[in-house]
Every structure is written in structure tokens, then in C-alpha cells.
Design a binder for this molecule. Structure first.
Ligand code: ZN
Length: 350
């Protein structure tokens, strides 16, 4: 069973609180550990209610969107003259529907592309349609496959979406970053190794077992779009890496490079629903990443492609990132949202 790998421990912090005239107050802190992923986190939902010394400044945000629109390299007037072109594995830029893929001007990988969604300089969360996410994914996958065809050592693709500066995006215009790596990232390596070990011991795919178990328990299961091998399942992670985290698990594919039309559409449909729920919850900034097996690596039996999406602090002209020392230095994630509550809120959108 995968359930044995999930550990939960509750401890209570007690103090005399100035918020209650120095009467006794207590906070429940839940420590969680997922033995499979190795992720450990601590959750105190009361932290989301704490006073933040930042003023809401919607006008400043609207002003920033307007100001950045004027010199934006990703907007149609400047894209062709201001963005780089691929060379070697492909000549020029890759255009699919409303999306355009081109090299990252300041790459941190040998094959590192930027892929826009559309000509829109700014899109709020509820404005992302299945259609533009699909065209972005198709352009991204076309880039991945062009690289792999040219260089067989580049076989680990990653699709990354930082939306707005509070999620670490340096450009407002919606875009993703796609990398094709020679080696898996440290967390990706751990997922592949542990999935293989699980398969050798249990004789089945860990991710299929996880989906089955979460569906049966019901606490964190959100929904499923599509059916059979084309299906994509949405779950709230037991031990998340960020707030409001949702995992999107593909049922019949291990690598991002091998997605068919229906799997792309179902994944885009899931993202649209998560973003609608985020919008309703007051979230306007988020990160998405994919965890993909290698291209043509024969990992289908024991590994399933999946993605994680987390919310980030509200984007404003003067914003605060929620990534502090615990996350950056200790590899331990301080979480403000309870996975089971996330599942409950998300279900209405599936
Ligand atoms: Zn723009």
C-alpha cells in the first residue's frame, strides 16, 4: 500500500496572545512526511490569517501592466525584432496557433526555450482558455522533439510556468519556460528511482496505486478529466511543496514528449479549472512544473508524467514572495493550506 508512506503528527504550540488580551492561545501544527517523495512539511492553517503589513494596491498593478506593455518583447510589435531565434536543431522560431517558442535570452540550460501563450500582454487567471494552453503545450512539445531529434542525449523535458513577479516571472506577458536536459533534476531523479523501486517490489505503477488509493479514501481526490489512458487525475498532495498545491497525474504516459492530442486537451482543461478555483480564492499568481520521465526511456510501466501547481502571494506593485529560509535552505516547506480543504474547494470546478 502507498498509504503506509504517509505520516502525520500533530503538536500544539501554547502561548499568551496579545490578540486575546494575553489569554492562553494554542496553535495546532501538523507535521507531514511522504516517505515516497521524501517531502516533509509542516502545516498551520492559522498562518494564512496573520496580519500582513502590505496594502492592497490594485491601481498600482493596473499601472504596472500598462507601463510594461509599452516595451514588452513578447508583444506582437516587438516579438520578431527583439526575441532570439533557434539555430542548429531548428532554424527560427516555432509557431503553433497563438503560441511562439524561441530561445531564452538568458538561459540556465543548454536547450532552454520561452513559449508564449498568445498576443495578450496580460491575462488574469480566469482568462486562460483551454485553446491557448493547448497551443502553448503543442509549441513546447514541438521544441522538445526538435531538440531530441537533433541531440539524443537531451532527453528530460520540463515545462515550467511562473505567472507574475510574485511567482518569480520577470516578464508580465504570459509565458512558460521549457528545458530539455541531459540529466533529471534532483527531485525528478528521486521520483524516477523510487518509482522503479516501488514497481520492483509491488509489481505495479506507484502513481496508478496512489490515484486508486486517494480515490478510495476521498479526502484529497479532486476529479478526473478524460478517460482511460488519456485521463488526467487531479489530487491535493498529502505533503505539498507549496500552498493550494494540486497534482495533475497522467494515467497513460510517462514523458511530456509523447502526449497525444487528447492528453494535451485534458491537461489544459485541468489547468483551466484549477486557475478558475484559484481566481475565486483570491489567488492571482502561481507556479506550475511537470515531472517527466525521459524521452523514449521505456518508463511507462513504472512511472507516470505529472505536474504540480502551487499558489503564490498576490501580485502587487510591492509584493512579498512566500519562499523563506525553511524552503530555500532546509528543503522543508511551510504550508498554509490543508490539502483536504484544497480538494474540497477544487472539486466544484471539476
Ligand atoms: Zn507583452
Amino acid at each position: 500500500m502507498t498509504g503506509s508512506g504517509k505520516e502525520k503528527l500533530v503538536r500544539v504550540a501554547r502561548f499568551l496572545s496579545p490578540l486575546r488580551g494575553f489569554a492562553a492561545d494554542e496553535h495546532e501544527i501538523e507535521y507531514r512526511r511522504d516517505a515516497f517523495t521524501g517531502v516533509e512539511c509542516r502545516i498551520n492553517v492559522a498562518r494564512s490569517k496573520r496580519v500582513k503589513q502590505v496594502e492592497e494596491a490594485e491601481e498600482e498593478v493596473a499601472e504596472m501592466i500598462k507601463r510594461t506593455r509599452e516595451g514588452c518583447f513578447f508583444c506582437p510589435e516587438r516579438l520578431k525584432s527583439a526575441t532570439p531565434k533557434f539555430t542548429g536543431f531548428y532554424e527560427g522560431r516555432i509557431v503553433v496557433g497563438s503560441s511562439c517558442a524561441f530561445p531564452n535570452l538568458f538561459p540556465f540550460g543548454k536547450y532552454h526555450a520561452v513559449v508564449t501563450f498568445s498576443e495578450d500582454h496580460f491575462l488574469d487567471l480566469h482568462e486562460f482558455s483551454v485553446k491557448i494552453i493547448e497551443s502553448n503545450l503543442k509549441a513546447s512539445i514541438a521544441f522538445v522533439n526538435a531538440v531530441y531529434k537533433y541531440d539524443r542525449s537531451a532527453k528530460y523535458p520540463i515545462w515550467n510556468w511562473n505567472h507574475l513577479p510574485s511567482a518569480a516571472a520577470s516578464i508580465i506577458h504570459p509565458h512558460v519556460q521549457v528545458l530539455v536536459e541531459e540529466r533529471p533534476t534532483p527531485f525528478q531523479r528521486r521520483l524516477l528511482e523510487n518509482s522503479r523501486t516501488y514497481f520492483e517490489g509491488a509489481g505495479r505503477n506507484y502513481w496508478a496505486a496512489l490515484v486508486e488509493e486517494e480515490k478510495a479514501v476521498g479526502e484529497r481526490f479532486i476529479g478526473e478529466i478524460g478517460s482511460g489512458v488519456d485521463g488526467v487525475v487531479a489530487l491535493a498532495s498529502f505533503a505539498p511543496l507549496g500552498n493550494n498545491e494540486v497534482m495533475l497525474i497522467f494515467k497513460g504516459v510517462s514523458s511530456l514528449a509523447n502526449l497525444n492530442e487528447r492528453q494535451i486537451r485534458n491537461f489544459a482543461e485541468c489547468l483551466v479549472r484549477v486557475l478558475r478555483c484559484y481566481k475565486k480564492s483570491g489567488v492571482n499568481s502561481f507556479n506550475v512544473t511537470t515531472f517527466s520521465g525521459s524521452i523514449n526511456g521505456g518508463e511507462e510501466d513504472y512511472y507516470s508524467l505529472h505536474a504540480r501547481i502551487i499558489s503564490r502571494p498576490r501580485f502587487r506593485a510591492f509584493y512579498t514572495s512566500d519562499t523563506g529560509f525553511m524552503e530555500r535552505f532546509h528543503y522543508e516547506w511551510v504550508i498554509e493550506t490543508m490539502p483536504e480543504d484544497v480538494a474540497e474547494r477544487m472539486r466544484k470546478f471539476f
